[in-house]
Ligand binder design. Sequence first.
Ligand SMILES: NC(=O)c1ccc[n+]([C@@H]2O[C@H](COP(=O)([O-])OP(=O)(O)OC[C@H]3O[C@@H](n4cnc5c(N)ncnc54)[C@H](O)[C@@H]3O)[C@@H](O)[C@H]2O)c1
Ligand SMILES: [Zn+2]
Length: 387
Amino acid sequence: MTAPLSKSGPKSGPTVVEVALGDRAYDIVIGRDQLAGLGARIAALRPGARTAIVTDRTVAGRWLAPTEAALEAAGVAHSSIVVADGEGSKSYAGFQQVCEALIAARVERNDLVIALGGGVVGDLAGFAAAALRRGVDFVQVPTSLLAQVDSSVGGKTGINSPQGKNLIGAFHQPVLVIADTAVLDTLSPRQFRAGYAEVAKYGLLGDAAFFAWLEANHDEVFRGGAAREHAIATSCRAKAAIVARDEREHGDRALLNLGHTFGHALEAATGFSDRLFHGEGVAVGMALAARLSAQLGMIAPGDTARIERHLAAAGLPTRLQDIAGFTQEGLADADALMALMAQDKKVKRGRLTFILLQAIGHAVIRNDVEPALVRDFLTRQLAAGDA
Ligand SMILES: NC(=O)c1ccc[n+]([C@@H]2O[C@H](COP(=O)([O-])OP(=O)(O)OC[C@H]3O[C@@H](n4cnc5c(N)ncnc54)[C@H](O)[C@@H]3O)[C@@H](O)[C@H]2O)c1
Ligand SMILES: [Zn+2]
């Protein structure tokens, strides 16, 4: 059941969004201070289960003690595994560390793994849970905005291989997601902004009214409170609906990749470094997708300008030239970017898949865009900054 949503004024309970996947359905609980209820919810869901918390160093420093306290308050046994911050932990070595620690902690088939952290911890802990003893259940406690609106929902888990991101993984749905919006108060502003790109994505791909609401209310979303909860809940509802109709990405789920074909290439070109966070790459990628859509005569140029205006107002980059070290080799080169896009997981039999825009709130999946046209488009973007 979805709780009614009030946009202002005090509200009593959290917002609950259900991911409707039959006997694997689960709730996403969204609201301030919901972490405190983690133990009680786990005790109700899996009486007697023991838990192992997987987290990273930064999140452990801020949120491990409150998480442990919440479990203790409900009499839930717990142990913890702390990995290093950052994408490097989504590796074979990180996977080995977590699996061996879970075995050492005697996590059994009926116990629960708790992923406490951003998308890195969620993907890593979820994949370890999927593999451990051929699958134990897990709970997502996402602590970054990106994880709350995107990575903790939908069951994609995995690690990177030296050949590329997310190449090793499994679909493994969590049994519960607790998105405590107050936890985001300790996130760096730059990380919050990067996660916001994914929030704007949901408006762009399928909900024009939400995009307009974000244009008017994004300051409040950044500040916290009811607007933040509304933005996260609306994003989760959008993702939950898409996942419920296409769990394994045979069709519509690809819409969630709006901005990601370009974005992943830009992340790869910047070496997956602090020069460009994932959400920042997605922001530039969405602006590029909008401009390419305009060039193909699909979207009105006025809408493209509106998209760029909003992303920029939220403090996000929209042009290739906005990326640190833009002129360095690999980034300022259309052929190099084309080669990186061709390596993307989403390439099917050599055809690039682009998510393009017909209008704000109406994205379409296209795999018939001529590579030569994309190359020319990128060349002009690189030369002019905007075309
Ligand atoms: N599974 C999916 O569907 C899916 C979807 C999108 C992204 N992802 C993956 O998510 C990862 C990116 O996730 P991310 O952006 O959350 O990065 P992240 O997990 O690396 O977190 C970013 C940084 O913020 C810190 N942090 C997290 N929460 C904090 C808090 N509340 N207070 C202070 N610091 C905090 C972390 O320690 C880390 O240093 C990528 O690996 C990406 O592939 C997965
Ligand atoms: Zn993304």
